[in-house]
Design a protein around this ligand. Structure first.
Ligand code: NG1
Ligand code: MG
Length: 514
């Protein structure tokens, strides 16, 4: 991957959205209308046309769930829904730069005005779930980055109009799309053409400032994806990406995304859901390291100690770093099965004892970055999910990479891997929910090769892999057996949003001269 590959710029939105080379110059009418609307409204509100539009998409994760913060490889791709931000740089009147920001949906997202301090970080109150917090997170990351190169930089004042159509809390990374587009907008407004790598680094830092200790998968997929490819993303020993094509098959292979409409706001449910899992995996890693008498240095995972880090140190001690990763993972799975025998999980006292430290030390070292609500930590189940999921990602990628063509056998194998991921998310990681389980069952019965939750889970989105000829039957089955039962008064518009065919799309883009 070219380390300094800049975020691409264009004056033609066909370069952003055309997904099939055949229609490389044509863009779906509703996308054209959405862009025209953004620019027209901008001009109505601010009296002038915008200088440029910054955009970054949501992502669907094909396989590799809840393992990015453990620094294991994942396989997402960008989808076409995105956040588009029209920007105009204006004169700074007072002492500090001002931001005027409005949204195409003013009832839900009222206009706001705030200043950007030039000598310190902008303050964000993560306990107040304000829609502009994500834009402020982008400002925070971008200004931190710009100040590194130019400590006395005077930020530009800007007028902003924003349209995001990534369903929030929907598991297709609305938050990452929002933060990446925002940071990109601020960097461009300050005349900095940013590399994809730099945008990624600052976007991950920014997203954590709104209180969610996520991995880097969403931001990587939002920034680095290229249309037609899945984005094989590695975090260890350092970040890198590989664009993996989906080989031809007798029938076009479709990835379909279906909303459960059960929203899960990670910022609120973190202490007993997402952030708790991050803590459980971290504790599993440090206990496994202690039991194998290996030392973990701090890594760049959310809490500084990851399962991948333990895996590396354990294999180094066994002198097996040259073994294929698959075999290494088999051994790590084996030792986890043997060492973590308690199905009912471990209390703080039991973990502290295993680590030879006191409970207060345990709290301050591993449980003080963010609140978690749990009496027991299910180290066995969470670690086994992650190691086995990391193994499935390797198998999924190997199957794609070694095939010229995907025959029935391979397609069923890929689908089976997705189904195993769902099973593990349900049983070992407990991040599914009854509605998502039901959607997967309905879709499989109607003809998908594989169906599973995608993203954090606890609601949100599902992703399905199926032949083009089954799209109609699967969509109909979901409408008849899920949406009409569960949400009988769902509007036609919401129903249309519920099921999206997500072709692997482009990542972040700057569009000028709109
Ligand atoms: P979503 O569901 O898009 O919020 C979250 C994390 C990812 C990853 C997935 C689970 C954030 C911002 N992103 O994605 O890093 O951990 O869950 O694989 O929390
Ligand atoms: Mg998110």
């Amino acid at each position: 991957m070219a380390p300094q590959q800049l975020v691409p710029q264009t004056d033609n939105i066909a370069d952003v959205y055309a997904t099939d080379d055949a229609s490389a110059k044509s863009v779906a009418p509703e996308i054209q209308a959405r862009w025209r609307n953004l620019v027209t409204q901008f001009t109505q509100i601010y009296g002038k046309k915008p200088d440029f539009v910054a955009r970054s998409p949501g992502r669907v994760n094909i396989i590799g769930e809840h393992i990015d913060y453990n620094l294991y490889d994942v396989l997402p791709t960008a989808v076409s829904v995105d956040v588009i931000i029209a920007v105009k740089v204006v004169e700074t009147q007072g002492a500090e730069a001002t931001v005027k920001i409005s949204n195409v949906n003013p009832e839900k997202f009222p206009s706001r005005e705030f200043t950007i301090p030039s000598d310190k970080d902008i303050d964000i109150d993560p306990t107040k779930h304000e829609w502009i917090n994500y834009f402020k997170a982008g400002v925070l990351g971008a200004m931190k980055f710009l100040r590194q190169n130019n400590p006395s930089i005077k930020p530009a004042s800007v007028e902003i109009h924003l349209d995001g159509n990534v369903p929030p809390g929907g598991g297709v990374s609305s938050s990452a799309a929002f933060v990446c587009a925002s940071a990109l907008a601020v960097l461009k407004a300050n005349n900095h053409n940013v590399s994809k790598q730099d945008l990624l680094d600052l976007a991950v830092v920014s997203e954590r400032s709104v209180g969610v200790y996520s991995g880097g998968m969403d931001q990587a997929a939002s920034i680095f994806s290229e249309r037609g490819y899945l984005l094989y993303t590695k975090f260890f020993p350092k970040f890198s990406v590989e664009h993996v094509p989906v080989p031809e098959a007798d029938e076009e292979v479709i990835f379909l995304v279906a909303q459960s409409f059960i929203t899960s706001n990670k910022a609120e449910t973190g202490p007993r859901h997402y952030n708790l899992r991050v803590a459980e995996c971290t504790l599993a890693a440090v206990v496994l390291a202690k039991l194998h008498n290996v030392t973990l240095e701090k890594d760049n995972s959310s809490l500084g100690y990851s399962l991948r880090n333990f895996h590396e140190k354990f294999m180094r001690k066994e002198g097996r770093l040259q073994d294929p990763l698959e075999y290494q993972l088999d051994s790590v799975i084996q030792t986890t099965t043997e060492l973590f025998s308690q199905e009912q999980g471990y209390t703080r006292e039991e973990i502290a004892k295993l680590l030879d430290i006191t409970v207060p030390e345990l709290e301050s070292r591993f449980l003080s970055s963010f609140p978690v609500q749990a009496e027991r930590f299910l180290l066995r189940q969470r670690a086994l999910h992650c190691f086995k999921e990391a193994r499935r990602v390797l198998d999924f990628k190997a199957c794609l990479s070694h095939a010229k063509k995907l025959d029935e056998k391979r397609l069923h194998y890929l689908g089976q891997l997705l189904n195993e991921t769902q099973e593990s998310c349900q049983k070992d990681y407990e991040c599914s929910c009854p509605e998502v389980d039901q959607i997967c069952k309905i879709a499989r019965r109607a003809g998908t090769w594989g169906s599973r939750l995608t993203g954090a889970g606890w609601g949100g989105c599902t992703v399905h892999m199926l032949p083009k000829s089954k799209v109609e039957a699967v969509s109909q089955a979901l409408k008849d057996e899920y949406y009409s039962q569960k949400f009988p008064d769902l509007s036609q518009e919401k129903l249309a949003q519920a099921i999206v065919i997500s072709k692997p799309s482009n990542g972040s883009f700057l569009v000028q001269g709109t």
